[in-house]
Write a protein that binds this ligand. Structure first.
Ligand SMILES: N[C@@H](CCC(=O)N[C@@H](CS)C(=O)NCC(=O)O)C(=O)O
Length: 230
Protein backbone atom coordinates (compact mmCIF):
# COMPACT_ATOMS: atom_id res chain seq x y z
CA UNK A 1 0.00 0.00 0.00
CA UNK A 2 1.23 3.49 -0.88
CA UNK A 3 0.14 6.42 1.26
CA UNK A 4 -0.02 9.64 -0.74
CA UNK A 5 -0.10 12.83 1.32
CA UNK A 6 -1.67 15.27 -1.01
CA UNK A 7 -4.18 17.94 -2.01
CA UNK A 8 -6.07 18.44 -5.29
CA UNK A 9 -3.61 20.82 -6.95
CA UNK A 10 -1.55 20.29 -10.13
CA UNK A 11 1.41 18.81 -8.25
CA UNK A 12 -0.91 16.51 -6.32
CA UNK A 13 -2.79 15.49 -9.46
CA UNK A 14 0.42 14.31 -11.13
CA UNK A 15 0.88 11.62 -8.51
CA UNK A 16 -2.83 10.72 -8.33
CA UNK A 17 -2.88 10.25 -12.12
CA UNK A 18 0.28 8.12 -12.08
CA UNK A 19 -1.08 5.89 -9.31
CA UNK A 20 -4.30 5.43 -11.30
CA UNK A 21 -2.42 4.80 -14.56
CA UNK A 22 -0.30 2.13 -12.85
CA UNK A 23 -3.30 0.62 -11.04
CA UNK A 24 -1.36 0.69 -7.76
CA UNK A 25 -3.10 0.28 -4.39
CA UNK A 26 -2.97 3.61 -2.58
CA UNK A 27 -4.59 5.67 0.12
CA UNK A 28 -4.94 9.44 -0.35
CA UNK A 29 -4.36 11.34 2.90
CA UNK A 30 -5.46 14.97 2.65
CA UNK A 31 -2.98 17.65 3.67
CA UNK A 32 -5.08 20.80 3.65
CA UNK A 33 -2.50 23.38 2.60
CA UNK A 34 -5.00 26.21 3.16
CA UNK A 35 -5.46 25.10 6.78
CA UNK A 36 -1.70 24.83 7.39
CA UNK A 37 -1.50 21.01 7.60
CA UNK A 38 1.81 21.16 5.68
CA UNK A 39 3.54 22.66 8.73
CA UNK A 40 2.82 19.84 11.19
CA UNK A 41 5.91 17.98 12.46
CA UNK A 42 4.57 14.65 11.16
CA UNK A 43 4.21 15.97 7.63
CA UNK A 44 7.53 17.86 7.72
CA UNK A 45 9.23 14.59 8.69
CA UNK A 46 8.39 13.22 5.23
CA UNK A 47 8.22 16.50 3.30
CA UNK A 48 10.72 18.98 4.78
CA UNK A 49 9.90 21.61 2.13
CA UNK A 50 6.33 21.83 3.54
CA UNK A 51 4.75 21.03 0.20
CA UNK A 52 2.52 18.30 -1.14
CA UNK A 53 2.74 15.72 -2.62
CA UNK A 54 4.71 13.16 -0.62
CA UNK A 55 4.40 9.39 -0.52
CA UNK A 56 5.24 6.59 1.87
CA UNK A 57 5.52 3.24 0.14
CA UNK A 58 5.50 0.42 2.68
CA UNK A 59 6.99 -1.84 0.01
CA UNK A 60 9.99 0.24 -1.07
CA UNK A 61 13.38 -0.85 -2.41
CA UNK A 62 14.66 -4.00 -0.69
CA UNK A 63 11.16 -4.48 0.74
CA UNK A 64 11.72 -1.63 3.22
CA UNK A 65 9.47 1.45 3.50
CA UNK A 66 10.50 4.59 1.67
CA UNK A 67 9.18 8.13 1.90
CA UNK A 68 9.64 10.63 -0.92
CA UNK A 69 8.73 14.24 -1.60
CA UNK A 70 8.93 16.27 -4.88
CA UNK A 71 6.39 15.18 -7.46
CA UNK A 72 9.01 14.61 -10.19
CA UNK A 73 11.01 12.27 -7.97
CA UNK A 74 7.80 10.44 -7.03
CA UNK A 75 6.88 9.98 -10.71
CA UNK A 76 10.35 8.61 -11.50
CA UNK A 77 10.10 6.28 -8.51
CA UNK A 78 6.67 4.94 -9.49
CA UNK A 79 7.80 4.53 -13.11
CA UNK A 80 10.80 2.55 -11.88
CA UNK A 81 8.71 0.48 -9.50
CA UNK A 82 6.19 -0.51 -12.16
CA UNK A 83 8.34 -0.37 -15.31
CA UNK A 84 5.76 1.92 -16.92
CA UNK A 85 5.62 5.38 -18.51
CA UNK A 86 9.35 6.13 -18.56
CA UNK A 87 9.90 5.20 -22.22
CA UNK A 88 10.88 1.96 -23.90
CA UNK A 89 14.49 2.65 -24.87
CA UNK A 90 17.39 4.53 -23.27
CA UNK A 91 16.84 7.35 -25.77
CA UNK A 92 13.16 7.62 -24.84
CA UNK A 93 13.95 7.47 -21.14
CA UNK A 94 16.37 10.42 -21.37
CA UNK A 95 13.87 12.37 -23.46
CA UNK A 96 11.19 11.67 -20.85
CA UNK A 97 13.49 12.94 -18.09
CA UNK A 98 14.34 16.00 -20.18
CA UNK A 99 10.66 17.01 -20.47
CA UNK A 100 10.02 16.10 -16.85
CA UNK A 101 12.84 18.49 -15.81
CA UNK A 102 11.38 21.13 -18.12
CA UNK A 103 8.10 20.82 -16.24
CA UNK A 104 9.66 20.77 -12.77
CA UNK A 105 12.12 23.59 -13.40
CA UNK A 106 10.04 25.94 -15.52
CA UNK A 107 6.59 25.04 -16.76
CA UNK A 108 5.10 24.44 -13.30
CA UNK A 109 6.86 27.21 -11.34
CA UNK A 110 6.28 29.90 -13.99
CA UNK A 111 2.63 28.99 -14.55
CA UNK A 112 2.21 29.03 -10.77
CA UNK A 113 3.52 32.61 -10.72
CA UNK A 114 1.29 33.61 -13.65
CA UNK A 115 -1.73 32.23 -11.77
CA UNK A 116 -0.60 33.95 -8.56
CA UNK A 117 -0.11 37.43 -9.96
CA UNK A 118 -3.14 37.28 -12.27
CA UNK A 119 -5.60 35.83 -9.73
CA UNK A 120 -4.43 35.70 -6.10
CA UNK A 121 -2.18 38.73 -5.57
CA UNK A 122 -3.96 41.33 -3.39
CA UNK A 123 -2.69 44.13 -5.65
CA UNK A 124 -2.57 43.92 -9.42
CA UNK A 125 1.04 44.60 -10.35
CA UNK A 126 1.11 45.04 -14.11
CA UNK A 127 4.83 44.36 -14.45
CA UNK A 128 4.46 40.97 -12.70
CA UNK A 129 1.29 40.09 -14.62
CA UNK A 130 2.99 40.86 -17.95
CA UNK A 131 6.22 39.11 -16.99
CA UNK A 132 4.57 35.81 -16.02
CA UNK A 133 1.82 35.88 -18.67
CA UNK A 134 4.48 36.38 -21.34
CA UNK A 135 6.53 33.56 -19.85
CA UNK A 136 3.44 31.29 -19.72
CA UNK A 137 2.76 32.00 -23.39
CA UNK A 138 6.39 31.33 -24.28
CA UNK A 139 6.31 28.00 -22.42
CA UNK A 140 3.06 26.89 -24.10
CA UNK A 141 4.81 27.78 -27.38
CA UNK A 142 7.63 25.38 -26.47
CA UNK A 143 5.27 22.44 -25.90
CA UNK A 144 3.16 23.39 -28.93
CA UNK A 145 6.26 23.29 -31.13
CA UNK A 146 7.31 19.90 -29.72
CA UNK A 147 3.79 18.49 -30.07
CA UNK A 148 3.67 19.62 -33.71
CA UNK A 149 6.38 16.99 -34.31
CA UNK A 150 5.54 14.22 -31.83
CA UNK A 151 2.36 12.67 -30.47
CA UNK A 152 3.48 12.98 -26.86
CA UNK A 153 6.07 15.24 -25.23
CA UNK A 154 8.88 12.70 -25.18
CA UNK A 155 8.04 11.10 -28.53
CA UNK A 156 5.72 8.29 -29.58
CA UNK A 157 4.67 7.15 -26.12
CA UNK A 158 2.68 8.57 -23.23
CA UNK A 159 5.10 9.04 -20.32
CA UNK A 160 5.51 10.68 -16.94
CA UNK A 161 6.50 13.85 -18.83
CA UNK A 162 2.91 14.11 -20.11
CA UNK A 163 1.59 13.18 -16.66
CA UNK A 164 3.66 16.00 -15.12
CA UNK A 165 2.76 18.73 -17.63
CA UNK A 166 -0.94 17.93 -18.15
CA UNK A 167 -2.33 18.97 -14.73
CA UNK A 168 -0.76 22.42 -15.08
CA UNK A 169 -2.53 23.01 -18.40
CA UNK A 170 -5.98 22.48 -16.87
CA UNK A 171 -5.83 26.06 -15.46
CA UNK A 172 -4.86 27.55 -18.83
CA UNK A 173 -7.40 30.40 -18.63
CA UNK A 174 -6.04 31.67 -15.29
CA UNK A 175 -2.54 31.65 -16.81
CA UNK A 176 -3.63 33.95 -19.65
CA UNK A 177 -3.59 31.20 -22.28
CA UNK A 178 -5.91 30.97 -25.29
CA UNK A 179 -5.85 27.45 -26.76
CA UNK A 180 -6.47 28.91 -30.22
CA UNK A 181 -2.82 30.05 -30.16
CA UNK A 182 -1.52 26.54 -29.41
CA UNK A 183 -3.39 24.00 -31.62
CA UNK A 184 -0.89 21.14 -31.20
CA UNK A 185 -0.87 21.50 -27.43
CA UNK A 186 -4.69 21.58 -27.49
CA UNK A 187 -4.79 18.36 -29.54
CA UNK A 188 -2.51 16.73 -26.93
CA UNK A 189 -4.52 18.16 -24.00
CA UNK A 190 -7.77 16.72 -25.37
CA UNK A 191 -6.12 13.35 -25.94
CA UNK A 192 -4.73 13.11 -22.39
CA UNK A 193 -7.92 14.48 -20.87
CA UNK A 194 -9.98 11.58 -22.23
CA UNK A 195 -7.88 8.89 -20.52
CA UNK A 196 -9.94 7.10 -17.88
CA UNK A 197 -7.05 7.06 -15.36
CA UNK A 198 -6.54 10.80 -15.84
CA UNK A 199 -10.22 11.44 -15.22
CA UNK A 200 -10.06 9.36 -12.04
CA UNK A 201 -6.79 10.98 -10.94
CA UNK A 202 -8.06 14.55 -11.13
CA UNK A 203 -11.05 13.59 -8.98
CA UNK A 204 -8.88 12.35 -6.08
CA UNK A 205 -9.58 14.60 -3.04
CA UNK A 206 -11.27 17.06 -5.45
CA UNK A 207 -14.34 17.47 -3.26
CA UNK A 208 -12.14 18.89 -0.47
CA UNK A 209 -10.81 21.81 -2.47
CA UNK A 210 -12.22 25.23 -1.57
CA UNK A 211 -11.80 28.58 -3.30
CA UNK A 212 -8.79 30.43 -1.90
CA UNK A 213 -10.65 33.34 -0.34
CA UNK A 214 -10.14 33.33 3.42
CA UNK A 215 -7.21 35.14 5.06
CA UNK A 216 -6.10 32.08 7.03
CA UNK A 217 -5.57 30.12 3.81
CA UNK A 218 -3.76 33.04 2.16
CA UNK A 219 -1.49 33.37 5.22
CA UNK A 220 -0.72 29.64 5.10
CA UNK A 221 0.25 29.78 1.44
CA UNK A 222 1.62 33.27 0.85
CA UNK A 223 1.79 35.14 4.15
CA UNK A 224 2.78 35.07 7.78
CA UNK A 225 2.17 31.36 8.43
CA UNK A 226 4.25 30.36 5.41
CA UNK A 227 7.12 32.67 6.35
CA UNK A 228 7.00 32.41 10.16
CA UNK A 229 10.55 32.31 11.57
CA UNK A 230 11.21 28.93 13.16
N1 LIG B 1 8.42 21.12 -6.61
C1 LIG B 1 7.36 20.66 -5.76
C2 LIG B 1 6.30 21.74 -5.64
C3 LIG B 1 5.17 21.29 -4.74
C4 LIG B 1 4.21 22.44 -4.47
O1 LIG B 1 4.44 23.61 -4.86
N2 LIG B 1 3.12 22.10 -3.77
C5 LIG B 1 2.17 23.11 -3.38
C6 LIG B 1 0.79 22.73 -3.87
S1 LIG B 1 0.74 22.57 -5.66
C7 LIG B 1 2.12 23.18 -1.85
O2 LIG B 1 2.14 22.15 -1.21
N3 LIG B 1 2.06 24.37 -1.28
C8 LIG B 1 1.98 24.53 0.13
C9 LIG B 1 2.99 25.50 0.67
O3 LIG B 1 3.77 26.06 -0.12
O4 LIG B 1 2.99 25.71 1.88
C10 LIG B 1 6.76 19.37 -6.34
O5 LIG B 1 6.69 19.30 -7.56
O6 LIG B 1 6.39 18.47 -5.58
Amino acid sequence: MIDVYSWPTPNGHKVHIMLEECDLAYRAIPIDIGAGDQFTPDFLAISPNNKIPAIVDADGPDGKPISLFESGAILVYLAGKTGQFLGNTDRERYQTLQWLMFQMGGFGPMLGQAHHFRIYAPEKIQYAIDRYTNEAQRLYGVIDQQLSKTEFLAGDHYTIADIAVFPWTRSFANQGIDWADFPHAKRWFDQINTRAAVQRGVQVLADLRKPLTDDKAKDALFGKTQYAKK
